[in-house]
Design a protein around this ligand. Sequence first.
Ligand code: FE
Length: 196
Amino acid sequence: MASHKHNEPESDMALRVKAIEQLLSEKGLVDPTAIDRLIELYETRVGPHNGARVVAKAWSDPDYKARLLENGTDAIAELDIAGVQGENMVVVENTDAVHNVVVCTLCSCYPWPVLGLPPTWYKSPPYRSRIVREPRVVLEEFGASVSGDVEVRVWDSSAEIRYLVLPKRPEGTDGMTEDDLAAMVTRDGMIGVAEV
Ligand code: FE
C-alpha cells in the first residue's frame, strides 16, 4: 500500500471542525447558524445524486467519459460539482475485466462533493481492513459477487486523492435519458460495493 498522509480518524467533531475551517476561509467569520446550515448542506443537498449525474453523463456521452477518466476533478467540475474533500478526484471504470472498490484504510477519506458524507460502515475498522485482505468475500457480503475471472482493484483514498467508481452501464438501458439513468445509480455502486 502506498504511503500517504492521513488525518486522524474523523469523528463527528472532526467533521464539524472541517466545516468551521471552510466557513472561516470563505466568510471570514464563525456563525453557529451558518455552521448548522453547512452541515445540513452535506447531510441533505450534497449527496450521491451528484455522483449519479456524473455517472449518467459518462454513460451517455463518450467524450465526457473520456474526459472524466482523464481528469476526474475537471470533468466533475463541468457539472458545477466541486468542493472540499473533492479537490483531486480520480474516476476508475468498472469493465467486464475489472471491478473497482474504494476504501480509506486509515480513516474515512471520501469524495464529499459527489457522494455526500460517508456511511458508517465505510468508516468502520472491519471494512477498512477486510476489503483489502479479502475483497471478494466482503463484496459477496454486500451482495456484489465478482466472478473469478474479473480482477478486483482496491483503491485506498487519502487526503490527497479521492476515488469514484464509474459502474458498468446496466444492460437494457439503451435510449434512456440521463435523468432516468442517474436515478438508477446508487451510492454503493459508486463506492464499488454494489453493481448498478
Ligand atoms: Fe484517509
